[in-house]
Design a binder for this molecule. Structure first.
Ligand code: AMP
Length: 285
């Protein structure tokens, strides 16, 4: 799966670039801001709650946002990948997203960040407010609050993904097409590196397999030598026991037989269970 976090301050152009990226890579676009606005429009309880924060330029609480985002992911089980736009906006959200994706046997591929200076952001947001009528883009105080919240609460998310080696910054100034090409270049380069790495690891695995089939033979031989030795000693011990037991009663011997019989299906059941688990695990990956 190709899972992209599209990162950047309000007004950086995340929405514009997302639209182009989902088209090119066939991804599902998940914009928490868009989902909140749709809920506000629909007058849902979630919308009413979100509005009280959005209008002030504050972040909607993590718990609410994370739940909503996860529900949206679950709603798209056939997605080839996601573009997370405007999410995660806090470290807690980033951690929750990592954990959630892990349960679905996937992870964030890359964080693409649009870097734009604050002065330019203010200009863009005011213009967007006039054109789109977005309330939170019309009041300079709310705009400033959103930029401040971004610097204080959202910027640490950059460090979070940098620590994983997934942060890739792109200058968010220039033509839409030039920025888009820069983003695509990062995605495509990442994909090539991944395929090369996969091919290399396959080679390593096959070499390791070859080694295993030749080198550990002596080890295996040692094992087979040891096992019969133990078994015979066990057998003699068991024989000694059965002799004494036989004197007292035949029942424990019969019980032993039942135990042995019962034990056999257990091992085959274990093997069958292991067989069942393996393909499912592979499938998930
Ligand atoms: P956006 O459209 O991404 O600029 O988001 C608009 C507003 O929705 C933000 O200013 C926040 O109040 C709220 N919001 C969007 N995404 C999140 C998020 N991940 N966490 C908390 N609040 C969010």
């Amino acid at each position: 799966m190709l899972n992209i976090v599209l990162f950047g301050p309000p007004g950086a152009g995340k929405g514009t670039q997302s639209a182009k990226l989902i088209k090119k890579y066939g991804l599902v676009h998940l914009s928490t801001g868009d989902i909140f606005r749709a809920n506000i429009k629909g007058g849902t309880p979630l919308g009413n709650l979100a509005k009280s924060y959005i209008d002030k330029g504050q972040l909607v609480p993590d718990e609410v946002t994370i739940k909503m985002l996860e529900a949206e992911c679950v709603r798209n089980p056939k997605a080839k990948g996601f573009i997370f736009d405007g999410f995660p906006r806090t470290r807690a959200q980033a951690k929750a997203l990592d954990q959630f994706l892990k349960t679905r046997a996937t992870a964030i591929t890359v964080m693409l960040a649009l870097e734009v200076a604050e002065g330019e952001l203010r200009k863009r947001l005011m213009l967007r407010g006039k054109e789109s009528g977005r309330v939170d883009d019309q009041d300079p105080k709310v705009i400033q609050k959103r930029i401040d919240v971004y610097n204080a609460e959202t910027m640490p998310v950059k460090d979070y993904y940098s620590a994983q080696g997934k942060y890739k910054g792109v200058k968010g100034i220039g033509t839409i097409e030039a920025i888009f090409n820069a983003l695509c270049k990062i995605i495509d380069n990442g994909r090539t590196t991944k395929t090369v790495k996969k091919a290399a690891s396959k080679k390593v695995v096959s070499v390791a397999k070859k080694k295993k089939t030749t080198a550990p033979k002596s080890g295996a031989a040692k094992k087979t030598k040891k096992v019969p030795a133990k078994r015979t000693s066990n057998k003699t011990a068991a024989a000694k026991k059965s002799k004494t037991v036989k004197k007292v009663s035949a029942k424990p011997v019969a019980k032993n037989k039942i135990a042995v019989k019962a034990a056999k299906p257990k091992t085959s059941a274990k093997k069958a269970a292991a067989k069942k688990i393996k393909p499912a695990g592979r499938k998930g990956r």
